[in-house]
Design a protein around this ligand. Structure first.
Ligand code: 13P
Length: 253
């Protein structure tokens, strides 16, 4: 089912006391305001266990920023799907552009991460998005098509139909203050839905939740959410600020 989700990607920000305070404030706010959108937070792996406990029985979902492509073994510093699940985390971001850029993650490897998530009954938020030079060269649709189709090629339609979230995050919009225009984002979201339909069938395409990410803020969120194929947002910088983030959540009607 297509879901309305506003997700916070806290990246490598916030000490544990800061993260806990923000999480508990958000929890109180969500209880009072009962927003239409589901609210996700993605803290560093270190805090997952405790925040999952603190937010047990709340309507905030604590998710992971990343997962290993390997099931277990000698991979120092990595965290497996099974380990995430063992502390109560069922969803992980995969393929974020910062992982692609700084850790050289490629589409097939990202696909392996997705396989491990599904094998453990978990699910991905697959991040895709072109770089500025791709867009300037008119290659943005080709790049995103490759990212989506290769990462999903080995997944079953049943898994995808029930549990697929994609985040379209154009690299040139991340952390730059320069968000995609709503119609630019809508065009790419519709394109992503079409690719999924072509490869996995209309039912999967219809059920896929597609979030926009890249300089979403309290001022531009509602224009983004007005677009037909934009189901919600994956928010970086503005999610660290309680007022900004709750304004963005409220904008998802
Ligand atoms: P910003 O909202 O800071 O541009 O980051 C977006 C992002 O990368 C979310 O995953």
């Amino acid at each position: 089912m297509r879901r309305k989700i506003v997700a916070a990607n806290w990246k490598m920000n916030l000490t544990f006391p800061q993260a806990k305070e923000l999480a508990l404030r958000l929890n109180t706010w969500v209880k009072i305001h009962k927003p239409v959108a589901e609210v996700f937070i993605a803290p560093t792996h270190l805090y997952l266990e405790q925040l999952n406990k603190d937010l047990r029985n709340s309507s905030i979902t604590v998710i992971s920023q990343n997962v290993s492509a390997m099931p277990d073994g000698a991979y120092t510093g990595d965290v497996s799907a099974q380990q995430l699940l063992s502390v109560g985390t069922k969803i992980s971001i995969v393929g974020h552009s910062e992982r692609r850029a700084y850790h050289h993650e490629v589409n097939k490897y990202i696909g392996k991460k997705i396989t491990h998530l599904y094998e453990n009954g978990m699910s991905p938020i697959l991040c895709v998005g072109e770089k500025l030079e791709d867009r300037q060269a008119g290659k943005h649709f080709d790049v995103v098509k490759e990212q989506v189709s290769v990462a999903l090629e080995r997944q079953s339609n049943e898994n995808l139909r029930d549990n697929l979230i994609i985040a379209y995050e154009p690299v040139w919009a991340i952390g730059t203050g320069r968000n995609a225009a709503p119609d630019q984002a809508q065009e790419m979201h519709a394109f992503i839905r079409k690719i999924i339909g072509d490869h996995h069938g209309l039912q999967v395409a219809h059920n896929t939740t597609i979030l926009y990410g890249g300089s979403v803020n309290a001022g531009n969120a509602s224009d983004m959410f007005d677009q037909f194929d934009i189901d919600g947002a994956l928010v970086g910088g503005a999610s660290l600020n309680f007022d900004d983030f709750t304004t963005i959540i409220s904008a998802r009607k």
